[in-house]
Design a binder for this molecule. Structure first.
Ligand code: BES
Ligand code: MG
Ligand code: ZN
Length: 497
């Protein structure tokens, strides 16, 4: 689907369907009546016998045709004061979704949808429109044709050039989010570690000019002494991969920071010998969503010409069962020299990440973000809707929360208190890979990761176990596919860092 800026109103005139946002008028005491600005449309509307059925409450829709053959869709936006960019994103996604199969072209009267915060709201409309047609149907032998090819946004001549800039900036973001969704939604019999790394390499070479690619294979990973990461791979039929990408901005400024993004890339998590029961093993193809999230964020930030040096690290393997898989009770030496007792092979994400984080610290970044579908406990604590955040730096948390708010994503901080260190003390090794049963599982996993962050580096951990998929409540996500949530928050942070 293509988006076009319509500064003359010509596309609006020609479109098969014209969409106009209508707010409720609150001055009519008890009866809510719609506030239709455009005179001709208002006259037409009032001439209809059925007009009393439409009150412009949020999400309400009303179709009407005039005698020239023009079709209008009125979208109720409710109370103007309650409107937010997320409400817009959802409303736009919802009506676009219901017209994907029918109309070829759809024209939105942008200025009827909001009158404040042009950049934020216009961006939300664009995201709502372009994210909503995402589908993953490569394995369907027949699928429904999408007719809707063009969405135009009508605005004033004065706003048009700003709108074009907003579109130009939004496109790489949306494209990168859709690619991240594709990777995470891919099935595990196709997307093994080797395949995944090579797909990423191809994408970088094709689309991210100037980005350095290094892919560590099993021998390289051994040389790096990443025994903990290798222990997760021990049962796999495929070699592990560590993808290492580097972007350096063309213009170097004194304010330039080095931000590293690290992702858990478990292409399938069986649990290993601590095997998951059938009900919880389903959906474990998404266990590499941390890596697709950080890749999506890296990709979007690079394409938008981010002003900071960026590193992207993806620790990729599956967690399989075989005679070679790691036994629970094993003790493994990590890259940083500590020993870890592996009491549960299903707590594998933190093992892969521990070595990857230690490796990343050696690159001396100012900030590290890691993203991982790390704990089921995160779903218990925060649901499918909210991303868990843990960090060693209060001011970093502040900036991340600000970024999340600006991009309408939900994030909530969980504390890592010093006492959690005691939860992961081992009797035979330095630490163990699980805490106490039913006790702060998400934050204790965060405490485990923190053991691998070297002094002076600001770090934040995003537990995306809930938000990575199952976002059926968001019309700009597609049921049965990954969400790519948190990509926008990370990119927003990078631009403001
Ligand atoms: N990949 C899972 C976490 C997960 C669970 C993500 C459900 C999405 C939905 C992770 O590797 C895992 O299995 N964690 C264990 C940790 C436990 C053994 C300490 C868990 O949450 O049960
Ligand atoms: Mg697991
Ligand atoms: Zn996992």
């Amino acid at each position: 689907m293509e988006i076009r800026v319509d500064s003359s109103g010509k596309l609006f005139e020609e479109a098969e369907l014209k969409v106009v946002g209508i707010f409720q008028k609150d001055d009519a005491k008890s009866k809510k009546i719609p506030d239709i600005k455009e005179k001709e449309l208002k006259t037409l509307f009032q001439s209809l016998k059925s007009s009393h059925t439409f009150g412009a409450s949020l999400g309400e829709r009303f179709f009407l045709n005039n005698t020239n053959g023009d079709s209008y869709l009125l979208i109720g936006l409710g109370n103007k004061k309650a409107l937010s960019s997320e409400v817009l994103r959802k409303q736009v996604a919802a009506f676009i979704k219901s017209h994907l199969a029918s109309a070829k072209s759809l024209a939105i009267d942008l200025d009827s949808f909001f009158s404040t915060q042009f950049e934020r709201n216009a961006n939300a409309v664009i995201e709502g429109a372009l994210l909503s047609d995402y589908k993953f149907d490569k394995y369907k032998t027949s699928s429904q044709e999408q007719n809707l090819k063009e969405v135009s946004l009508k605005t004033t001549k004065k706003n048009a050039s700003q709108l074009s800039k907003i579109v130009k900036n939004a496109l790489p973001m949306i494209e990168s989010m859709k690619l991240a969704r594709d990777y995470a939604t891919e099935v595990p019999n196709f997307l093994n570690s080797v395949k995944y790394a090579s797909l990423v390499e191809q994408d970088v070479k094709k689309n991210l000019k100037g980005v350095k690619v290094k892919i560590l294979n099993k021998a390289d990973i051994k040389k790096e002494r990443m025994e903990l990461f290798l222990s997760v791979n021990a049962g796999s039929a495929y070699e592990p991969r560590l993808v290492h990408l580097t972007y350096t901005p063309k213009k170097k400024t004194r304010k330039m920071k080095h931000i590293a993004l690290v992702g858990k890339g478990i292409t399938f998590d069986t649990g290993g010998y601590s095997l998951k029961p059938s009900a919880s093993i389903m959906g474990m193809k998404y266990d590499m969503a941390g890596s697709s999230t950080v890749y999506g964020a890296f990709r979007a930030a690079v394409l938008q010409g981010a002003p900071h040096k960026l590193t992207c690290i993806m620790a990729i393997t599956d967690n399989a069962v075989s005679s070679k898989a790691t036994f629970p009770d094993s003790v493994i030496k990590t890259r940083n020299g500590k020993t870890v007792e592996i009491l549960n092979t299903d707590a594998e994400g933190r093992l892969a990440l521990a070595d990857a984080l230690d490796y990343t610290c050696d690159l001396k970044p100012d900030v590290i973000f890691d993203a991982a579908t790390l704990t089921g406990a995160c779903l218990v604590a925060l649901g499918d809707e909210v991303c868990g955040l843990m960090s060693n730096d209060e001011s970093l948390v502040k900036s991340i929360k600000k970024a999340a708010q600006a991009r309408d994503e939900y994030i909530w901080e969980l504390p890592i208190v010093p006492e959690f260190r005691d939860h992961i003390k081992s009797k035979v090794a330095d630490i163990k890979n699980i805490g106490k049963p039913m006790r702060a599982g998400t934050a204790v996993a965060g405490a485990f990761l923190q053991e691998f962050i070297k002094n002076g580096i600001s770090w934040a951990h995003f537990d995306i176990a809930g938000v990575a998929n199952n976002q059926d409540h968001l019309p700009y996500c597609t049921p049965g596919t990954a969400s790519a949530l948190m990509v926008r928050t990370m990119v927003e942070y990078i631009h403001n860092a």
